[in-house]
Structures are given as C-alpha cells and as structure tokens.
Design a protein around this ligand. Structure first.
Ligand code: ZN
Length: 306
C-alpha cells in the first residue's frame, strides 16, 4: 500500500509521518532535520540515491501551495519502490539513476504556514489568532486561503540575498510594508529560520541544480537578471518538452529575492522555479494526479541532466 497519501491535503504532521514511514520501508533513504520553525515544526529532508550528481528539490516555500510538497514525497516513494523492484521511473532505470545522482528533497519549507491553510491550526488557538491579526490589514486577501507566508508573516520566497532591496522596494510600493499573509520581505534577507536553514543546506551541498516547486501557471522560470548560466536554457526547454509547461520570463515584480534567483546568482548553476497546475491557490487536491504526471519528467530529467 502506498505510504504517500495524495488524496487529502498535507499537514506538517502528515508530512513528517510519511517521511518516517518511507525511511522505515526503504532503509536506503536518509533524512535530516534542517531546523525547527519559530513555532517548533520540524523541516525534514529526504535523500535518495548515492551518485555524484547532487540535485536539490524544494517545495511548499509558500503556505497555500502545499500541494507541491506531495509531488516530492510521491516522487521519492515511486523512485524508492522502483529501486527495490529493479524497475524504471519515467523510463529511466531506477538503480542506475540512484548510482548517477543523489536527490535531496525538502518537501515542506513552510510547515507553519501550511498548517494554517489546511486547517491544522484551530481557530481560537494562539497561532491562528496571531495570523488572523496579521491579515487584518489585508482584507482583500482571503483568510486563510490566501496565506503564503510563514506564521511570522514573512514571505519566505522573498528572503534571499539576490536583489532583496529591489524586492523590498517593489513590495513596499505595493503596500506590503509589514508582516502579513504574503509579499512581506522581512527585516533582512535570511532572517527567518526556514530560509536561513535552507540557504545553509544549499551552501553545504553545493548542488549541480535546484528546483523550487510553486503553484500555479504551468510555467518554468529559469532566469535571474542577466546572469548567464551554461546549460540552463537547454534544461528549461527539455523540462517544457517533458511536462507540456511553458518556458517563461519571470514577471518583473516577482523577479527578485527568490530561492532560485539566489541560487543562480550565488552558484551560477541552473536553478528553476516550476509553477505547477492551473487555477487559484490552494489548488484542489483533485488536480494532483495530472500535476504529478506532468512533473515526473522534470523530476527525473533534473536528476539525470541532459
Ligand atoms: Zn509560490
């Protein structure tokens, strides 16, 4: 029976439970605790493969994009199962892939925010009240469904030192000048536990490539500013081919201080934001099978390289 349940929304608790169950069923998987959040939720990694090509995939940087966490967990389970059965994943021999690459997964970068959106934080609790208070200055943003930030009201994908001051200027001019449901950059880059831990982990690993899963739009972003990254365009085009998604230019207003922006600037290696699915966040869980099908080729191709 499948461990990763993709028919119900994921919570931080079910995410951790599934990670631990995967570790138990597939002893060759590894996991690390990246950090605990301000509200004491763990951020765990899952690691599969032993090969020299290191790649790092992240998801759920944004609370109401929790569906993306399930993509990485499901991928890990299918990959692990295929290794056990001498099978293939997206047509690639799983054991050979595991010898070629090591895939580091951070399925849920924002567990505090995810729990708010999926209803794992009860109305009337201290954490719920705190978030509700922060959202009061943004009545046009639905609560809690429009929540993207962590529970301190900081947008974790506007926290990276890559054009952070530009991001601050843009978001401030749009009225996001204080902690809230989305688009607040924080007082300084990497001053949140989640982003600090993920940036540190990325520096430690020095991966050949990163993927950051977001929703929605069925688009692939691969550029930051004018930085030229050898092979990035070719990979983006291959991702588009295997997924049916479109290679896109990042809109100017969201073109700074994101995780992939920082990775591109700092490492000069390919970093991608994949905007999965179509519709209003949070995307309905019913879209999961189609989204997973579309993205499996990206997950495998990023690990093999081209
Ligand atoms: Zn996002």
């Amino acid at each position: 029976m499948a461990i990763v349940n993709t028919s119900v929304p994921i919570t931080s608790e079910s995410c951790n439970r599934m990670i631990l169950q995967l570790l138990e069923s597939y002893p060759f998987l590894r996991s690390e605790l990246l950090t605990n959040t301000a509200f004491q939720r763990p951020i765990r990694t899952l690691v599969i493969g032993t090969g020299p090509r290191k790649v790092l995939y992240t998801a759920a940087h944004h609370a109401n994009e929790w569906l993306t966490a399930l993509i990485l967990l499901k991928f890990c389970e299918e990959f692990a199962q295929a290794i056990t059965e001498n099978g293939k994943i997206f047509g690639v021999d799983a054991k050979a892939l595991a010898r070629q690459a090591t895939v580091y997964l951070v399925p849920m970068v924002d567990p505090d925010g995810v729990d708010l959106v999926v209803g794992a934080i009860q109305p009337g609790s201290i954490q719920y009240d705190l978030a509700q208070r922060l959202s009061q200055d943004y009545p046009e943003i639905p609560f809690p469904n429009g929540w993207k930030a962590n529970l301190l009201g900081v947008d974790l994908n506007l926290q990276y030192p890559a054009g952070w001051l530009q991001a601050r200027e843009i978001k401030f001019s749009q009225g996001f000048t204080q902690p809230g449901p989305r688009d607040y950059v924080g007082r300084a880059p990497l001053n949140q536990l989640e982003t600090k831990a993920l940036a540190g982990y990325t520096e430690f690993l020095d991966p050949a490539l990163v993927l950051a899963f977001h929703s929605q739009g069925k688009e692939i972003y691969w550029q930051f500013g004018d930085f030229f990254v050898p092979g990035a365009k070719e990979l983006a085009e291959e991702f588009a081919r295997v997924s049916g998604y479109a290679v896109a230019d990042t809109p100017y207003a969201s073109g700074f201080a994101g995780y992939k922006d920082w990775f591109i600037q700092y490492f000069r290696k390919p970093g991608f934001t994949i905007e999965v699915g179509q519709g209003e966040n949070p995307l309905p869980i019913e879209q999961f099978p189609e989204i997973y099908r579309d993205n499996l080729g990206i997950l495998v191709t990023a690990a093999t390289g081209i």
